[in-house]
Write a protein that binds this ligand. Sequence first.
Ligand SMILES: Cc1cc2nc3c(=O)[nH]c(=O)nc-3n(C[C@H](O)[C@H](O)[C@H](O)COP(=O)(O)OP(=O)(O)OC[C@H]3O[C@@H](n4cnc5c(N)ncnc54)[C@H](O)[C@@H]3O)c2cc1C
Length: 354
Amino acid sequence: MKVAIAGAGIAGGYLAKLLAQRGISPDLYDGMNHTTRCRCRSCGWGVPRGIETYLAEVGLDLAEYFLNSMSSMNFNGMAAETPLCTVNKPRLIRDLTQGAGLKHQDLGPDEATGYDMVVDATGIARAFLPPCRSDLILSTLQHRVVVKSPGNEHLKAGVYGNRIPGLGYLWVFPLKKNQYHLGVGGVGLASPDRLLDRFYHDSADRFSFTPLCSCTGSLRVASPCQSTPFYLTKTRKNGPPQVIVGVGESIGTVAPFTGEGIVHSLECARTFADCFPDYERYTKSVLSKFTWMKKERETLDYFLSQEGKRQPRLQDRWRLFRNARRSGIGLPMMEAFRQAGPLLHWAEDPDPCF
Ligand SMILES: Cc1cc2nc3c(=O)[nH]c(=O)nc-3n(C[C@H](O)[C@H](O)[C@H](O)COP(=O)(O)OP(=O)(O)OC[C@H]3O[C@@H](n4cnc5c(N)ncnc54)[C@H](O)[C@@H]3O)c2cc1C
């Protein structure tokens, strides 16, 4: 079977390694047409430490990529313990794709016809599968900055839903050598640059910020359930049918509340490798593993509806609490329930900052 993987991000790179372990040598394509300074897709680089079991499976060690701990984080003003950290994602992608004979070009439709199976690991582009059943995309803006403080104070890692005038949040992720990722993401954010400027302004008495780079991005928070179909079979002129199958963010394996996609895309790629070549079993397995994403998406849809602009329901608050628990974040239940409130600020006043 001739296999191509389109996309050498986290999902495509990891899948190439897993398939190689199973004796399949896919052709891996990625033009890496990213305009970012790090030459990767825009990303905060935050992961749970549990990523180490995925890395160990392909002979990689988290210590090689670890940048900074986020064991204590600020959530809308409240400190909580977390298992999160930041990793050097460009280096991780480089190591995942090393030895896979990465072709530094995008896979086009013409070359694709030469393969019996094409894995669509193209993330937000979803270049080979038809559009999702019901897509939901967040827009983002992220800066990499050097943060200094006259009193040697450290800017704490944090996530602030209350600084965004809609569904979304602002994140502060420490990297290394006083460098941070500072970003905002949300549904239909009108002035993301002003939201970041406001954060700089509000913190100016304690910290100075020197920008190193800036990138915009998009994030699919549709959930896998709303990103079907995951695969399809095409007829070819002079050959057997061709299968197109999606892995990673192309099929929505991103947490709708938080936008975490790295570890879930790894899990998706592992599920694919375990089920290969049973695409129906793969589909069922992904839908079942990520049922919670379907529920979070349902909450986002509710907030975006006219009806949802009044109050978070009990199930929305419960889902937020479950989200924090799943991510290992030590928010007490009542606090997690309270945090559902800021999600609704925009409903009462769509643009409270301006
Ligand atoms: C601003 C921002 C911050 C984020 N922060 C975090 C975070 O801190 N933690 C976290 O867990 N998640 C985060 N995410 C989400 C996370 O980055 C993604 O969900 C995850 O990287 C998805 O991996 P992927 O491999 O499926 O897709 P991608 O990483 O998007 O990889 C897809 C690849 O496909 C390539 N491609 C596109 N078309 C073709 C083609 N025709 N042929 C060949 N290649 C092609 C692209 O060049 C790209 O390299 C963030 C996202 C954004 C936008």
